[in-house]
Ligand binder design. Structure first.
Ligand SMILES: Cc1cc2nc3c(=O)[nH]c(=O)nc-3n(C[C@H](O)[C@H](O)[C@H](O)COP(=O)(O)OP(=O)(O)OC[C@H]3O[C@@H](n4cnc5c(N)ncnc54)[C@H](O)[C@@H]3O)c2cc1C
Length: 368
């Protein structure tokens, strides 16, 4: 059974508890949050604009508040199109029905209590690095210092049938859709007399052998055999297949080989099939075509990689292959010392190992 990962627990600590605990430990007096007008932001001597109120953006805002929160000449503004922080490490609990969407989201406004940073609920449309200005659905905002923390999106390549048919797993509504889809598939299998069709409904392919892919496979397997079994007892003897297809030669390739083999062993012990060193080439409504053959299946979940969101990709700076912005050892954009990037939008390197920093909540929180 998947459990909350250490990474998830650490991430929770970084954002949710971190600054509050330090504030209490330092014995600082609690401040009432006071809203700021747009004019007050514009005329502040130091305007710090944080794009994105996820793990990296909020950790940055909390840390800035701890260090310079009392300064009257400085305004810190966080811009996000949602007003919730999505706690992705627990998204699978929404998929398997043990939690609701509200249990894995925290209002961004809740983080403002006793703190002096401000929040603008708006979509970021574009960033003008030369004019030092950001265009949003609520108008433009100038900045003196910019922190880009806009996260990432699931990268779905333009392969035949993929974008139309693959289901994703990145938001609470994806998680609810996943659960509904599993129920529909089991119902369809229950009703058909055609053995081939039944097998297709009972086969669930997950594209992507990284963290999210293996989490998805484990969640699907668990939901079917623990959540749905009571309502559909015939499932215990049914030929249910959950298959993870990964392009790399091992699962979770950004981890070390020992972790990869432990993950593979645990999944196989649970009954999840693992196909590594294989690519998905196309998908129809009845089959997933891989470089190692066709898998008759009516369901494909896609979790094979992330890319930077369009606003980030569009910036005229150096990008990594996935669109993340290449930053220096201080997380700054070369030639733009007033611009920092944290979290999944940044392509940074670990100072000790020289390896790229993985796109995780804990890394984003740490960067912030
Ligand atoms: C299913 C799943 C499970 C995961 N599990 C784990 C785990 O167990 N442990 C772990 O460490 N990591 C996990 N991760 C990865 C983790 O969620 C990310 O690495 C982390 O969220 C990155 O933080 P961030 O601040 O860069 O981006 P985010 O936390 O995604 O924040 C980005 C923010 O920017 C906002 N935004 C984006 N574009 C715009 C725009 N144009 N205008 C306005 N606002 C915008 C978004 O609304 C969001 O609030 C998981 C990810 C997924 C999808």
């Amino acid at each position: 059974m998947p459990k909350m990962t250490t990474a998830g627990a650490v991430a929770a600590g970084v954002v949710a508890a971190g600054a509050g605990a330090r504030l209490a430990a330092a014995g600082r007096k609690r401040r009432r949050h006071e809203s700021e007008t747009e004019a007050a932001y514009r005329t502040a001597a130091h305007r710090v604009l944080i794009l994105g109120g996820g793990f990296g953006g909020l950790a940055t805002a909390l840390e800035l508040d701890r260090r310079i929160g009392g300064r009257a000449d400085t305004s810190v503004l966080v811009v996000d199109r949602d007003n919730n922080l999505l706690f992705t490490p627990l998204l699978w609990t929404v998929a398997d029905g043990r939690a609701g969407a509200n249990n894995v989201t925290v209002p961004i406004r809740a983080f403002q209590r006793d703190r002096s940073f401000h929040v603008l609920h708006a979509e970021v449309h574009s960033i003008d690095l030369d004019r030092r200005e950001v265009h949003t659905s609520a108008g433009s905002r100038p900045y003196d210092v910019l922190i880009i923390a806009l996260g990432s999106v699931t990268a779905v390549p333009d392969l035949p049938g993929l974008r139309e048919r693959a289901l994703q797993f990145a938001t609470p509504s994806d998680a609810i859709e996943l659960r509904n889809h599993l129920i529909d598939a089991i119902e369809a299998a229950h009703q058909t007399d055609n053995p081939a069709e039944r097998q297709e409904w009972l086969t669930f392919v997950v594209g992507g052998g990284g963290d999210t892919g293996i989490e998805l496979a484990a969640t699907i397997h668990q939901y079917i055999f623990q959540g749905l079994l009571a309502e559909y007892p015939w499932l215990s003897d049914a030929p249910v297949r959950v298959i993870v297809v990964g392009r790399a030669n091992r699962l979770v390739p950004m981890s070390n080989v020992h972790t990869s083999s432990a993950v593979e062993r645990l999944l196989r012990e649970d009954g999840v099939e693992v196909l590594t060193g294989a690519s998905i080439d196309s998908v129809t409504d009845r089959a997933v075509m891989t470089s190692r053959g066709e898998i008759p299946a009516r369901t494909l979940f896609w979790a094979a990689g992330i890319s930077a969101p369009p606003v980030v990709r569009d910036l005229p700076v150096e990008h990594a292959r996935n669109g993340a912005i290449v930053v220096d050892s201080n997380l700054r954009v070369p030639d733009h010392p007033e611009v920092y990037v944290v979290g999944d939008s940044a392509w940074a390197f670990d100072a000790d190992t020289g390896e790229p920093v993985p796109p995780t909540a804990q890394a984003a929180g740490h960067a912030g």
